[in-house]
Write a protein that binds this ligand. Structure first.
Ligand SMILES: C[S@@+](CC[C@H](N)C(=O)[O-])C[C@H]1O[C@@H](n2cnc3c(N)ncnc32)[C@H](O)[C@@H]1O
Length: 474
């Protein structure tokens, strides 16, 4: 990995870094945010470019969509110059929607072409997602795309769908379209949020990746790092290196999984994983699983269905129920359980902390939220980053209340059977398992988010009901 500042001052790449540090590429904050404008630091750009191979070819054709000042393609040119063995040429095509950024890229490429005689380039001040006349046949693409949502009514969606691209987020649209424009065997390196790795919305993208690319390498960066934290601190980012037209389900396909320290970009841990390990539950959810240790077999093998349980998000949403909320101490109040009512695996209701109401009235309109008291297990949807484990589970017991019914607020996930509780020993056993290191390890392998949704909990493997009941007693 190249992580040091090795060039003489004022190379094109270093000028691009100075533009990032000088904050001259983009305009005011709102526009920055709407166009996902965060420039890549030079050492991250070099690390990304170092993942490319430059095989025997006369022309290396690089696509840099959303190029900003060109730091990624400039790092690719640097890597190409340092590692190429033949008389190959390098051609760069860049797309950038923002005028000051593409103007900066233009100046930087002028400097670069004086540095590297084999360089040709074309920089387009265009929307990459609308571009129809692109060169195609690129051999390499390097991308730090915008990370914004792409709504289904966005004017670019029709054109994207014609290409077969199904994207709920700009970053997926950028990577998918760039992959379509690569030549067979072409390589793509992107830094993107890890959110695509699971969840229903991103499944078409994962299936496209699984069926059309080899995942050569995934680098996971410690999320607390300063270099990646600008936009999205709760979501991990990954650097992913892909090779086109190589089905990941092929046996020959091995992926290198690398964990790197975000502050120094130094390697902490690395291992090879077979395709069947990284594409977990390939036919259904097709989750991209990034498991640190080679111990896939050490997980339990039962599903939530096998346990006859369901997990749902708590049904009470504050802003839709405002007229019915009451202080917990009001004699007419039924318990409205929120994350603050749980500590050390147990429910404490009522409690004095927090501003939000701890009670709700029973009315025709709220009846649907009322579940009979019983043994339930709840998991907080949002755990703090400092929490040692992602899953924080607690048991709700009938003896916690003097009412016949209780309600669950939307920031909790609740395990139940048809909106009723289940047996005490199963509840305590399940809670122990959810709070265990095994659950934490599995969840971190399929999700890079600190938020835990019911969908994530449905994907977990579980011990059998007998094993859970037995563990309640230990
Ligand atoms: C996350 S920044 C990365 C910039 C640059 N690649 C880098 O690594 O520093 C994303 C870039 O995409 C540009 N952008 C956003 N939407 C675009 C679009 N539809 N077409 C082309 N560029 C776009 C933004 O202006 C911004 O410069």
């Amino acid at each position: 990995m190249t992580t040091l500042f090795t060039n003489p001052p004022n190379s094109a790449l270093e000028i691009a870094e100075a533009q990032r540090l000088g904050d001259v590429l983009y305009g005011e904050k709102k526009r920055r945010s709407s166009l996902g404008q965060y420039a890549t630091p030079i050492d991250v750009a070099r690390l990304m470019a170092s993942l490319f191979e430059f095989r025997n070819t006369d022309v290396v054709k690089v696509l840099d969509p959303g190029m900003g000042a060109g730091v990624l393609s400039l790092a690719t040119i640097e890597e190409f110059s340092q590692t190429k063995t033949s008389n190959a040429r390098i051609e760069v095509t860049g797309f950038e929607i923002e005028q000051p950024a593409i103007a900066a890229a233009g100046e930087n490429f002028l400097v670069a072409s004086a540095e590297v005689s084999e360089l040709n380039y074309e920089l387009k001040n265009e929307d990459f997602l609308c571009a129809k006349d692109t060169l195609c046949g690129y051999t390499h693409s390097i991308i730090n795309p915008p990370y914004k949502k792409l709504s289904s009514s966005d004017h670019r969606q029709a054109g994207l769908r014609e290409l077969g691209v199904h994207a709920v987020n700009l970053y997926v649209a950028f990577v998918w379209k760039a992959l379509l424009e690569l030549a067979p065997g072409g390589q793509l390196v992107a830094i993107i949020p890890r959110s695509f790795a699971n969840g229903t919305y991103y499944r078409p993208f994962r299936k496209f990746l699984r069926d059309n690319t080899r995942v050569k390498q995934v680098l996971l960066v410690d999320q607390r790092t300063s270099v990646f934290s600008a936009d999205n601190v709760l979501q991990e980012n990954v650097i992913i290196s892909l090779e086109k037209n190589f089905s990941s389900t092929s046996n020959a396909s091995n992926t290198t999984l690398s964990w790197i320290d975000g502050d120094h970009l130094s390697l902490q841990f690395e291992r090879k994983a077979a395709a069947h390990e990284i594409w977990w539950d390939a036919e259904n959810t097709c989750v991209l699983r990034l498991l640190k240790e080679m111990d896939a077999d050490s997980f339990p093998t039962y599903s939530l269905e096998d346990l006859n349980l369901t997990v749902s998000t708590g049904p009470v949403v504050d802003f839709r129920s405002e007229d019915y909320l009451l202080p917990a101490k009001d004699p007419a109040a039924y318990p409205l359980l929120r994350p603050r009512h749980f500590a050390n695996g147990r429910c404490i209701w009522p409690n004095a902390s927090g501003k939000r109401a701890g009670g709700i009235m029973k009315r025709e309109e709220t009846k649907k939220f009322f579940w009979p008291v019983g043994f339930y297990v709840v998991v907080r949807r949002i755990s703090s980053k400092e929490e040692p484990r992602r899953v924080v589970a607690s048991v709700v017991c009938p003896s916690d209340f003097n009412t016949s019914a209780i309600c669950f607020e939307n920031h909790l996930n609740v395990y139940h059977i048809d909106r009723e509780g289940f047996s005490e020993d199963l509840a305590f056993g399940l809670c122990n398992y959810l709070n265990s290191e095994v659950t934490d390890r599995f969840l971190r392998s399929i999700s890079g988010h600190t938020q835990v949704n019911a969908g994530d909990l449905r994907l977990l493997p579980y011990p059998s009901a007998e094993q859970l009941r037995a563990s309640a007693k230990t």
